[in-house]
Design a protein around this ligand. Sequence first.
Ligand code: HEM
Length: 455
Amino acid sequence: NEPPLVPYRYPIIGHTYEYMFDTEDFLQKCREQYGDPFSLYVLGSVKTFTGAETSHEVLKNSDIFNFGEAVARAFPFRDIISRFKDLDIEYTARVVHEHVSNKVNTYTPRMQKELLSGIEQYFGDCKEPKVFRNIQNTLAPLIAKPVTNVIVCEEAAQIDELLNSFTIVEREFDKIMVIPPILSFIHYSLHTNLIALPLKFGWNPITKHRDIFVKHCKPMVEERLRQRKELGEKYVQKDDLLDFFITDQLNKEDIVVDDKYMDELFGQIIAIVFASISTTTKFLSFALFDYGARPELWDEIYEEQLKIHNETNGILSLEDVHKMVKLDCFLRESFRHSSDIDREVLVYIKDSVFNDKFFGETANEFQPKRHIILHANGKIVHSQATKVDRSNLTFGGGKRACPGRFFAVNEIKMCLHKLILRYKIRTESGKIDPLKRLATHSFPPTTGLILENRN
Ligand code: HEM
């Protein structure tokens, strides 16, 4: 019952070359000739690719096809974090689901305040058209502000050194990833063990970020514990993850704010930083490029934002964000167009999100309106950007689907809303700039994006 293995010419190398350097066309050809699923021999092992027909089976059975395990096979993520805390991803997912995404309503005013101050700080007035050549770098600290406000606390989001640390910490991984995966031709674990070797000797690429975290957050933890002691029963738990983690720990045992405790707190919070900041930044960058290159969408989307802005006097609630239906459809379409080609397990994502079966003949076009559905009884509904289904794999699927997606989409929409209201946004080239591909992964273009004040 094995899926067909696409024939290859050179032993050991197998399909590695075509897969790495001609990914998109090569996978499409294999899919057309060998159906769904098919297998390739890449970097020394047979990898199966599931398409539109079979991917949901993989996502549904997340116990067998575990995303975390797949990441761990390619990258010593757990070794890096476990120096501080043994990561329990199911616990982290539950915390994000219950104490971040489920409380977006409470967080929305704070997130909005942070976004507005970030837009002022990182984009400024733009009275004259201003070109941003690496939009991802500009957006990363802007996105980090509301995230830090929620996953640490409001005070932490005002500290530039901490924000900067959360913004760049993931880049430390580049130091490990420079080693080419040659040993994987023998066995994947040889490569993973090689790149994890320095960690075994005590080196850790994120130690200096732990020191920054402790420097700023230790006094905050101590102050919160002091307030609890002083107020006793009258202490009202604050709405942020710092207070949640403190309460959770106090329910088990007393807290001594020593190195061990601060290490554990850092490990817990940095895991959420890794899951949240670069992902959200990347997809907001894609959305801005998608918007800036399509003048035919500008008026409709701007008018929706202006109407909501006028109705709310500029102070958004979660309900107002839900009213941004055109923006939401635009975002869902942007997610579709910016999706990776596959991901380790290996779901051939593009086969699903561009499939005629779901999107008809216009599958390759950028059409936000496709997500608005008119039912026979006249009712109009729209497929939300947060909805995971067979045609939207941006947030994975099944019971391990991204628990932070409600928070992320809320943040992206509010940010787009504020940016579109304040600036005219267009690509410098005046065209649709192709997104960058590195093997099967997609990244926003690094070409220019022009912002110009509307007044
Ligand atoms: C646009 C932004 C984001 C994207 C595209 C994204 C995407 C993903 C994907 C593809 C997965 C794997 C799902 C699966 O296995 O099927 C995932 C897991 C996860 N994400 Fe997100 N994510 C985003 C934002 C966030 C944010 C803001 C948070 C936290 C505040 C977060 C927290 C997590 C956690 C904790 C997991 C692990 C879930 C588990 O293994 O059960 N993500 N995310």
